[in-house]
Design a protein around this ligand. Structure first.
Ligand code: COA
Length: 471
């Protein structure tokens, strides 16, 4: 059985047992049961607790062995020392998959590590695939299954999120909600005793709802397995690899029991398999949103439009300092731009459309720049100068994105200003148009789309080579 089939009972279960379902609203076992019910899960739910007969109107059984039907997924939230016994019962019951929420395993070392190995052995012997231990669980906003503690569903979308940190995972969901970034599946992997990043990459690569895989990683145990999965993945992967420094690495070892490893090795491994590395949460979502909603860039030549010269210069600096080019425009483009501009400005790249630019100037110059064969992608910027019209700028960007889809050139929005303009550009976020509050973020997003273009090129070259060798 392949990994996709193996993980199906975990992510699309027909029945769920919540082991450690609690009558106390302050406990995790209560919250998990509540979250499953609140989202309207349509399968069968079996709360398990030897001391209780009813919770939330559901009959409670003392053990999974007392359940008559088959159980696809067991979510386990009992103290660590009871997990081996519970897992043994799950194996006898032929439960197909488990999520071990409990902490107190590999992350505390010594006895905890032994306990983790024991649980893993029981699961392996019983043919149970296992997420965790020390995990939050998962949230599936597409199929509306909340198999996690902590209340609330992410906004549905096309970016899958895998996190080795549970608390950070929740923070990232709230950040994504605020940025209007939709998620397809959110999986907290915890200590990764069994199911690891590589398994999830394979699973999510086959998931029709997911376009991009975003990851927060502290350590990878089986490097070869990860590289193989990342290499064969057809979708872009963006990863934060934390624990880069001695201080970060020491913290990771007590957080999830991870060995962070050499950062240089991770860096070069990620490059080899085209995993785009991000260095914080904001950057990870910047890249993921660009990859999900803009085409890859065919080349590294960037056109820049701004209504403030300084912003254009900073973007040009950022582009050139990270391997992009800010090329000269063709004569045809410059001739077309001149009548679209006030006489005080020069038709060049970066292009300053001046502070008073309104819808038509942004729209016309954007369309002209995009038609230039020297330009592979466009950054459109609005500085909230006193006479600026951010609403008209936003309208022009939306129109260009809608009209110019067939050109397959990325269009990225960028702004400089205060909360008033942040509010106005929210319309771009709602429409899934990448919009960034700094020159650096905008340039890096374009670089990431350029790198995605190189990844796809490498895949297609490999495919051609394979085809010609079999002819
Ligand atoms: N089968 C089923 N239920 C059992 C059981 C068993 N073998 N043994 C105990 N229970 C029941 C208890 O009776 C209790 O129910 P009650 O509250 O109605 O009395 C319930 O399970 C919970 O057990 P309890 O001993 O009260 O534990 P707890 O809720 O205080 O803590 C954990 C359990 C798993 C939440 C806790 O040990 C833990 O690991 N917390 C950290 C979790 C975490 O942070 N994970 C990582 C996130 S990123």
């Amino acid at each position: 059985m392949g990994v996709v089939e193996e993980l199906k009972p975990i992510f699309s279960p027909k029945s769920i047992a919540v082991i450690g379902a609690s009558r106390s609203p302050m406990k995790i076992g209560y919250e998990i049961l509540q979250n499953i019910l609140v989202q309207g899960y349509q399968g069968k739910v079996y709360p398990i607790n030897p001391d209780v007969t009813e919770i939330m109107g559901l009959r409670v059984l003392p053990s999974v062995l007392a359940v008559k039907d088959d159980i696809d997924l067991a979510i386990i939230a009992v103290p660590a020392e009871f997990v081996p016994k519970v897992m043994t019962e799950c194996a006898r019951k032929k439960v197909k998959g488990a999520i071990v929420i409990s902490s107190g395993f590999g992350e505390i070392g010594g006895h905890g590590k032994q306990l983790e190995d024991e649980v893993l052995q029981i699961a392996r012997k019983g043919g149970i695939r296992l997420i965790g231990p020390n995990t939050l669980g998962y949230k599936d906003p597409i199929d509306r299954l909340d198999a996690a503690f902590v209340f609330g569903m992410p906004m549905p979308g096309e970016i899958a999120l895998i996190s080795q940190s549970g608390a950070l995972c929740i923070g990232m969901i709230y950040y994504a909600n605020g940025e209007h970034i939709g998620l397809s599946r959110v999986i907290s992997v915890g200590n990764k005793a069994d199911i690891d990043d590589a398994d999830l990459i394979d699973y999510l690569d086959a998931d029709r709802e997911t376009k991009v895989i975003a990851m927060y990683i502290e350590g990878i145990k089986d490097g070869k397995k990860f590289l193989d999965s990342a290499r064969r993945c057809t979708k872009p992967i963006v990863a934060i690899k934390a624990g880069r420094t001695p201080a970060g690495s020491a913290a990771a070892s007590t957080h999830t029991g991870s060995l962070s490893g050499s950062d240089v090795v991770y860096d070069s491994a990620f490059r080899q398999v085209h995993v785009q590395r991000a260095y914080d949460v904001i950057e990870m979502f910047d890249f993921a949103r660009a990859l999900a909603y803009q085409p890859p860039a065919a080349g590294n030549r960037v056109g820049i439009i701004s209504n403030g010269g300084g912003a254009g210069i900073m973007i040009a600096d950022w582009c050139e300092s990270i391997g992009l080019k800010v090329p000269n425009l063709t004569k045809k483009t410059m001739d077309a731009l001149r009548p679209q501009l006030p006489s005080i400005t020069t038709a060049r790249n970066p292009l300053d459309v001046t502070g008073d630019a309104r819808f038509h100037r942004y729209h016309a110059t954007g369309a002209t720049m995009l038609s230039d064969p020297n330009i592979d992608s466009l950054i459109m910027t609005c500085v909230h100068a006193g006479i600026a019209r951010p609403r008209e700028y936003v309208g022009a960007v939306i129109k260009l994105v809608e009209e110019k889809r067939n050109l397959k050139k990325p269009i990225i929005a960028c702004w400089v200003g205060g909360p008033e303009i942040d509010e106005v550009v929210q319309e771009l976020r709602v429409k899934n148009i990448p919009v960034y509050s700094s020159a650096m973020r905008a340039a890096k997003a374009v670089k990431c789309l350029y790198d995605e273009g190189r990844r796809l090129e490498a895949i297609s070259k490999k495919k051609q080579a394979r085809e010609s060798s079999t002819k």
